[in-house]
Design a binder for this molecule. Structure first.
Ligand code: NDP
Length: 243
């Protein structure tokens, strides 16, 4: 829209799934959108082309959210390319399932590095570039507030940590009018749930999983002009999941 015409967004983990939906929606609303990816340059380039065909501008940046230097470099590259930064969406996250008695130290450290430390560092790197009134949106999970499935204890606590950090960071940034909110999706039709979609749909009160675009819509609203007085919140969007 006209008001957002020159705004710039950066989506961490934007090449597929929920992040890609956020990239597309932000671009449609008039943002120039940089996004990171780690393992799928093909998906990243396809998304850049898709946004361009729709009349938008996107930039793909390879940056592993487990790597603090890569996170900082991605922010610098986005700012240099598009001339600023107004909105940050921190979506990059991984799911590794394992019962508490089987989770390895490597898996534990990797999930903490990407799902918790990577989120914090992405926000930290972006702050100096954000204007007063800027927007930060993280992607947590409904498992932070609902009982998850067996084997998801690590995932669950990493997402609870995101909800907690958002509350604290929101207070730090409130004097500058920068809002910080956390979207907590339930099961969504993405590669993360490959092979489990039907099982998840059966367990859902709505008998379906969510669509990435339904999460993208909430992200765009939080990034938009109507959401400026909401901060520190975690918004659960999961079809009424009650497990
Ligand atoms: P997908 O696995 O479908 O996509 C993950 C995206 O994040 C890809 O773009 C991937 O890049 C990127 N990514 C993964 N690891 C890294 C990393 N180390 N550094 C940079 N980018 C990375 O995930 P979803 O879209 O399903 O999930 C997105 C977020 O939403 C995650 O935080 C997830 O925990 C959360 N979530 C998902 C739910 C679901 O049901 N799907 C439910 C609740 C929360 P690449 O393409 O290069 O691999």
């Amino acid at each position: 829209q006209a008001g957002d015409a020159r705004k710039v967004a950066l989506v961490f983990g934007g090449s597929r799934g929920i992040g890609a939906a956020a990239v597309e929606r932000l671009a449609r609303e008039g943002h120039a959108v940089a996004f990171t990816y780690v393992s799928r340059p093909d998906a990243a380039e396809a998304l850049v082309s898709k946004v361009a065909v729709a009349g938008g501008a996107a930039l793909a940046i390879q940056a592993d959210s487990a790597d603090p230097a890569a996170i900082r470099a991605a922010v610098e590259q986005a700012v240099a390319h598009f001339g600023g930064l107004d909105t940050v969406v921190v979506n990059a996250g991984i799911l590794r399932l394992g019962s508490v008695d089987t989770v390895s130290l490597e898996e534990l450290d990797q999930m903490i590095a990407i799902n918790i430390r990577g989120v914090y560092l992405a926000i930290q790197a972006a702050i100096p570039h954000l204007p007063d009134g800027g927007r930060i949106v993280t992607i947590g999970s409904n498992t932070a507030v609902r009982t998850g499935h067996p084997g998801s204890s690590v995932y669950q606590f990493t997402k609870a940590a995101v909800a907690a950090m958002v509350k604290g960071i929101a207070l730090d940034l409130a004097p500058r009018g920068i809002s910080v909110n956390n979207v907590q999706p339930g099961p969504i039709d993405t590669d993360m749930n490959a092979g489990a979609i039907e099982m998840l749909a059966e367990k859902s009160p709505m008998r379906r999983v969510g669509r990435p675009a339904e999460i993208g819509g909430l992200i765009v609203w939080l990034a938009g002009p109507d959401a400026g007085y909401m901060t520190g919140e975690s918004l659960t969007i999961d079809g009424g999941w009650v497990l």
